[in-house]
Design a protein around this ligand. Sequence first.
Ligand SMILES: Nc1ncnc2c1ncn2[C@@H]1O[C@H](COP(=O)(O)OP(=O)(O)OP(=O)(O)O)[C@@H](O)[C@H]1O
Ligand SMILES: [Mg+2]
Length: 452
Amino acid sequence: MILIIDDDSAVRSSLSFMLKRAGYEVMAVPGPREAMEVVRSESPSLLLMDMNFTLSTTGEEGLTLLKQVKIFRPDVPVILMTAWGSIQLAVQGMQAGAFDFITKPWNNAALLQRIETALELTRTPKSESEGDLTTSLRRSHIIGRSQGLQEVLNTVARVARTNASVLITGESGTGKELIAEALHVNSQRSSQSFVKVNLGGISQSLFESEMFGHKKGAFTDATSDRVGRFELANKGTIFLDEIGDLDLACQVKLLRVLQDQTFEVLGDSRPRKVDVRVVSATNADLRQMVADRSFREDLYYRINLITVKLPALRERREDIPLLVRHFADRLSDANGLPRVDFSAEALNFLSRLPYPGNIRELKNLVERTMLVSGKRLLDASDFDAQYLRHDDVAVDASSLAGLTLDEVERRTILQALDKYKGNLSQVAVALGISRAALYRRLEKYNIQVAVP
Ligand SMILES: Nc1ncnc2c1ncn2[C@@H]1O[C@H](COP(=O)(O)OP(=O)(O)OP(=O)(O)O)[C@@H](O)[C@H]1O
Ligand SMILES: [Mg+2]
């Protein structure tokens, strides 16, 4: 049963009507007092709660009700309804344990989808253990048995089949894109498109035409029609990579389509509907960016119903031997070469490196060593030789004592810049990180690069 709480009787009756027609049992009450009676005596499966009661303009009443509900029914999802302009209240509500929020006036189809998602995500069959969940997962090429990765895969298994927006965080090279793909492959949308957009690479002026498309003649360079990424992703999944790189002006434009599931093609003012599942990734600290006001709080909550945090490779070293085997076999098979073996010392050596570039760095090291040595049995010295060839980026450990991790990183980058004479592509490859990740670090450490 869905419980509606709203002091406006017109809202109560139109929501009741709509939800009953969608097949739900519904109860509707005007205020917090009645709501708590129902919450204690019945067992609603979801609450749809107004935050703006006439008694209080601050929303205090709504927040208090939410907190009370969470005490009596911690597992029941609550979707908040707020007036447009009181996003702050919704954000407080999310922090107090609400599952989601919508702004009034709402869109029926979008609301139904949110409700479905909330019910799906919170329905936990008692018999289904976490282990069972992950065995049903199509893991594609995700390798690893560590506790850290298992937790990630549990979350993926739990949320993949829902429409919940997922934010994937983690350092560069930890496998964020791989996890985004797994979310799509394991969803009901897997037969539809998975559209990847690198938001780090899109300039503000091109953002709209890239994301929403344009009509021929919409602006000077629009010599033909163009289909935007959202339309391409319709019924499928859109993967918003490097979302922390999006500037504030573009954030507003993105927020709108995520809220309403509608957008306009440049040069055509008719709004179009889309049905997309949103998965985002970043290695920036979005919470910090929200605090600094460089990332919109409402967008943050919109893209981040569920967070998946990928552990760094150094936090799951037990996965290293498996990964080495996997990357080696893939390289051999792809090139029609015989498979190779690794001595115990080699695996031991590889298990102890720091890996600032995480799995990508390990993969590069394995592939480089195989190709350069050409041997069938690889020993620690083979890897050591390749690793040392990159000693421009691997700072001598004995000189690091007493330095913070940030300082080690800063020095490593400076050395690599020096070695490659400021060629950022080469520096990024040598460090095993993407160019976007390198840019972010240059900015973070305030390192100026002379452009030749
Ligand atoms: N668990 C894993 N098993 C096998 N391969 C992996 C795993 N995780 C990552 N990889 C591989 O490591 C490389 C880097 O992964 P990916 O591109 O997904 O990282 P990322 O987190 O998106 O990095 P960036 O922030 O730099 O974009 C890819 O080649 C990917 O296939
Ligand atoms: Mg990536």
